[in-house]
Design a protein around this ligand. Sequence first.
Ligand code: C2E
Ligand code: MG
Ligand code: MG
Length: 282
Amino acid sequence: MYHVKERGRSGFRFYQKQMNIGLLSRMKLDHAMRQALENNDFQLYFQPQVDLASGKIVGAEALIRWHDQELGNIPPARFIPVAEHSGQIVELGEWVLHQACRQAQVWRTQGLGDVVISVNMSPVQARRGDMERAVDDALQASGLPPALLELELTESLLIDETDQLTAMLARLRSRGITFAIDDFGTGYSNLAYLKRFEVERLKIDQSFIRRLTVNPDDEAIVQAILQMAAALKLGVIAEGVEDDATLRRLFALGCRQGQGYHWSPAIPAARFEAFVRERHGL
Ligand code: C2E
Ligand code: MG
Ligand code: MG
């Protein structure tokens, strides 16, 4: 049943032996995750977001990391879907929100300035969890001004949003929290949701950035996104900028913010602080 549902709703699959293995390892992973939450084995890393004109750090995306004693490093692409499937993402997401807000506030008190912290929100978290309360709790516990918290939503969440969800997002927005659309351009060609719900930023998916300088099709798509964003008065950040040539091309196309290995991968909080101090001459 799960295998059918994974490919969309109505369908069928023949039973295969390895499905059990898949299920087993998923259960194992889910159990290990529960343990990891209890033991505080998760870590939050931070990837700088850069203003292309000044080279200054304007924000940080919080990205979860998990190192397990036995299993080694487990990438989020592996365990987030499992956590979404079991519902554990709600708890995990709350942990991320709290850590992220706390860290951003620590940086402020350490004189690092206002670093906007971006937190990835799973659609499951937004639909199933008590996201509004979780966000409020994290802001209250940390003392972080809401304007310094950006929530990254996926196109898939906004495409079939309900009235309830729209209202909840609008309430969060009225408190000053901002929203970005993650992996923009990969989800849907129906952009009507951009009219229904206001977001501040589009994050151009790295699949369009990777070959930007060699593939004219990618350049055309990036250009179109930038033009549309300018007309709609939305901010844009390019994800997955890996070299100087890409950075220059993006700048020439009118993009003003970037994130990627060209500057830094996601790094622990202490290293992020050192990175900002060095770049900003603090
Ligand atoms: P995402 O939000 O699109 O995050 C960007 C991913 O691209 C990160 O992978 C990041 O390390 C990677 N990346 C950044 N710059 C570059 C680059 O220049 N080149 C290349 N090749 N890759 C780059 P990561 O950390 O493995 O995260 C993968 C996905 O897992 C994220 O995609 C996000 O959807 C999800 N994720 C990570 N942390 C969380 C979290 O706390 N909560 C939720 N719900 N999802 C998370
Ligand atoms: Mg993201
Ligand atoms: Mg992304």
